[in-house]
Design a protein around this ligand. Sequence first.
Ligand code: THG
Length: 262
Amino acid sequence: MLVIGELINGMYKAAGNAIKKREKSVIQKLAKDQVTAGAGVLDVNTGPASIEPKSDMKWLVETIQEVLDIPLALDSTKADVIEEGLKVVKRKAFINSINADDDKLNTLIPIAKKYKAQLIGLAMDKRGIPRDRIQRSELALKIVSSCIEKEFPIEDLYIDPVVLPVNVAQAQGVEVLESIREFKLLCDPPPKTVVGLSNISQGTKKRSLINRTFLVMAASCGLSAAILDPLDSELMDALITAELLLNQHIYCDSYLDAYRKK
Ligand code: THG
C-alpha cells in the first residue's frame, strides 16, 4: 500500500505554527521523519487558517524539496493553490483533491493532464457527504467517466470514498469498506483507491487503535493508498503485518525490520 504522510498540514499545531513563522527546519524534519518511517508520498496542506494559501503552498513545496526528492500530494480545495504547487514540484505530483462537481471536473482534470499529475477524486459533490455505498459508487462513476471522456489516464486516478468519524457516523465505516471493493468494478483497468485514515478516529479517545484496526480492514478490501500518520509505529506495524498476511511480502521472523530496511 502506498503510504501518504499526513503531518505537513496546517491542521496540526506543529506544522501550522511552522508555516506561519516560516520555520523551514520544522517542516524539513517532519518531511524526513515521515519518509524514514515509510511514507512514499507526502501530503502538503497549508491548513484552514492560512491567510495566503498560494504563497504558503509554494514555500512548503520548495522547503520540502530542498531536503528530499519525493512525490508530493498537493492538498487544497482551491485549484489556484494546487496549481501554485504544481508549478514548482519536481516529481510527478498528486492533486488532492477534486470531487464529482462539474466545475471541479472541468477545471482540474485538464490541469492534471497538463502537469501529468495523478488525481485524487472524492466521492462527494455539492450535496455534501455521501449517504451510502450506492451514492459513493454513483459519484465515483461520474469522476471515472469524466476522466475517460477527457482522456485522463485511469492508472493515475485514485478515488476516495470519504471516511467519516466513527463517533458521529458509525454506519459509514462499512459503507466505505464496501466502496473500496466496488470501485474496482467501475472500469477496466480499475481506478486506484485512497482514504484519509485519521478521519475515522477524529474526536474519539482511542485514535491509534481505531486507525490501525480500520487500516487493516481496508487493506483486506484492496485499498491502494492511505493518507496517515507514519510516525505511529503501531499503525505501520499493523499495516506491514496485514500486507504479510495478504501474501504481499515473504515471511521471515524479522519481517518487520526486513520490510523497514527496504
Ligand atoms: N481525503 C483526502 N485528503 C485528505 C483527507 C481525506 N486530506 C486531509 C485529511 N483528510 C487527512 N489528513 C488529516 C490530518 C490530520 C488529521 C486528520 C486527517 C487530524 N488532526 C488532528 C485533529 O484534528 O484532531 C490535529 C491534532 C494536533 O494538532 O495534533 O486528526 O479524507 N483525499
